[in-house]
Design a protein around this ligand. Structure first.
Ligand code: NA7
Length: 543
């Protein structure tokens, strides 16, 4: 045990060892705070520790999928591909942890089970699944948006006699799929990446699709030396563009409208963006795709024709074509996804026609009969955004449970703090922007570090947002989401609103108003000395 692990009383406790948690740990220790950090995984890396499945890769761009707090440190790291794969992102996070000596602050393979705000001491008392109790005045979460996997509630899962894997908890040891009959359940980002990666190397592949998805190309390729040099000479230009872009992309936000553009010109631009892949279709074409259903329909028509041209069998192409707007749910990307279905060893089971009835010892039974497999891969998603919070017993003032505070919907101010839960700071928490994660996480952790510095210098023992601020932020967030294609998320089973989890309260769980807008608001709040927060001195009982 290191000294840090033995200490039960520290200045700050951080939960999470992904981008959010390790940067919060780094930032707070750099301020001179004593910090204990925890993660349930056995290594640093957050989602990149768990999601080791074949084809796992970010669809963010390499020059933005990293930290930017130090120019030299930024310039010394080189990802191979423009969309780095899981192993490289994990290596990067390990590199950060080692370079800034963060490992010694982490207690790994340890899940935080409860966190209670102690009103007598103004500290968070945290208990872990190893029975350890630690307390600190500040609790910072970096729990991840997609870190609480869901296992489908289908009878007989335990009776399957073959190999069963989850993309969200993929084994660390090599998994051999070669020559096996494989089923993949789920066609979200994880499912489509697995499918397009293992196709051709397995004996037979059956895809169980409940909701067809718009799967863009990735357009992945190695980063050229020239590109890398250009970025290294002027990294601030990249960072500025990221700061100004609603989704944290290093691109100029587009202003032109699809509905104002001649059809031929639109077609040309869509084609260009299709070739580029990833989020180019959304962020490099037209501004009204996200706001105007008629504009979105034009993109969907282009996409549907693309699917029809890539899939030989028109009936199959139709089954693979979604009927929700592009962006109603998180659009994935994979290379060669639709083409895979032209192979005779790839089959589609459309669960809207023939739903799964049960798992059996040999495979999966649908309403049409039994399919036999050697391997079943569950790519069935997450109790996203709030799931990682509601799985911890968090109690604030007067013993209020976070689960009760969020019984109908998550409520926060700026996704950073919650009324009634003083000194609980969230990095990339519910109601924070849906955007490229590392820049947002870095900005939010900086904000939190500044807030804590302010508390310490002014002798403030409790900080929490006002109820009015929380209500205003939630209303603003809902209004924004209602004006976008996200309003069609319910029908598409989107995890943005919890529609993918049976019984979960429906709410817009993330902010779609822009990473840039959010960052501006956070900056303004700090610059104006936290007008929407309640700060309490030790003697005050007014909390
Ligand atoms: P997603 O995007 O939530 O996808 C999960 C998929 O699993 C989706 O196609 C679901 O269908 C399907 N699913 C879930 N439960 C079932 C059951 N019971 N039966 C059949 N199919 C089911 O999760 P991912 O892991 O792919 O991606 C999550 C995020 O990680 C991704 O967006 C990136 O941000 C990184 P549905 O669409 O609900 O009908």
């Amino acid at each position: 045990m290191t000294a840090a692990e033995q200490s039960a009383t520290v200045d700050a406790i951080v939960i999470g060892a992904g981008f959010a948690g390790i940067y919060a740990t780094l930032r707070l220790t750099a301020m001179g705070l004593t910090v204990r950090s925890f993660d349930a995984a056995d290594d640093i890396g957050g989602v990149w520790t768990w999601n080791r499945y074949p084809g796992a890769r970010t669809d963010s761009l390499h020059e933005t999928y990293c930290f930017t707090f130090d120019r030299d440190f930024y310039n010394e790291w080189a990802y191979t591909d423009i969309h780095p794969d899981q192993s490289e992102v994990l290596r990067y996070l390990h590199h950060v942890a080692e370079r800034f000596d963060l490992r010694k602050l982490y207690t790994l393979s340890t899940r935080v089970e409860s966190a209670t705000f102690n009103e007598a001491t103004d500290r968070w008392d945290v208990r872990t699944d190893s029975g350890e109790q630690v307390s600190a005045p500040y609790l910072v979460t970096g729990l991840g948006l997609v870190s609480a996997p869901i296992i489908p509630d289908v009878p007989g899962l335990e009776s399957f006699g073959g190999e069963l894997y989850m993309t969200a908890n993929w084994p660390h040891d090599e998994v051999s799929l070669a020559g096996k009959r494989v089923a993949v359940i789920g066609t979200g980002s994880s499912g489509v990446q697995v499918i397009s990666t293992i196709v051709g190397s397995v004996a037979d592949l059956t895809v169980f699709q409940r909701t067809a998805n718009w799967v863009a190309r990735t357009g992945n390729r190695p980063v050229s030396d020239e590109e890398r040099q250009g970025i290294r000479q002027h990294p601030e230009q990249v960072w500025d563009r990221v700061r100004q872009h609603p989704a944290g992309w290093p691109w100029e936000p587009v202003k032109r409208m699809a509905l104002d553009t001649p059809a031929e010109e639109r077609e040309r631009l869509f084609e260009e963006a299709w070739e580029e892949g990833g989020f180019a279709l959304l962020y490099k074409t037209y501004a009204d795709l996200s706001t105007d259903k008629a504009a979105n329909d034009i993109l969907c028509d282009f996409f549907a024709r693309k699917i029809a041209s890539l899939v030989d069998d028109p009936v199959l192409a139709k089954k693979l074509t979604p009927n929700h707007p592009y962006g109603a749910k998180r659009p994935p990307a994979a290379e060669g996804y639709y083409e895979a279905f032209n192979r005779s060893d790839v089959h589609l089971v459309n669960l809207t026609e023939t739903p799964i009835v049960s798992f059996t010892d040999k495979g999966i039974r649908t309403s049409a009969g039994e399919h036999e497999f050697d391997v079943i891969i569950l790519a069935t998603g997450f109790d996203a955004i709030t799931g990682a919070f509601t799985r911890i017993d968090i109690r604030g003032l007067a013993g209020e449970r976070l689960n009760d505070h969020w019984a109908e919907a998550p409520r926060t101010y700026l996704g950073l703090m919650i009324t009634g839960f003083p000194n609980l700071f969230m990095v990339a928490g519910p109601q924070s922007p849906f955007a490229n994660l590392p820049p947002g996480a870095q900005g939010q952790a900086d904000w939190i570090a500044n807030a804590i510095a302010h508390m310490r210098s002014d002798g403030i023992v409790r900080m929490q947002p006002s109820m009015d601020a929380e209500i205003e932020w939630t209303a603003h967030l809902d209004e924004i989401a209602e004006g976008l294609m996200t309003r069609y998320g319910e029908a598409a089973g989107s995890w943005f609103t919890g529609a993918n989890v049976p019984g979960k309260p429906r709410a817009y769980n993330v902010y779609f108003g822009g990473h840039n807008v959010h960052a501006d608001r956070c900056d303004a709040e700090q610059a104006a000395d936290y007008p929407n927060f309640k700060m309490s001195q030790p003697v005050s009982a007014d909390v």
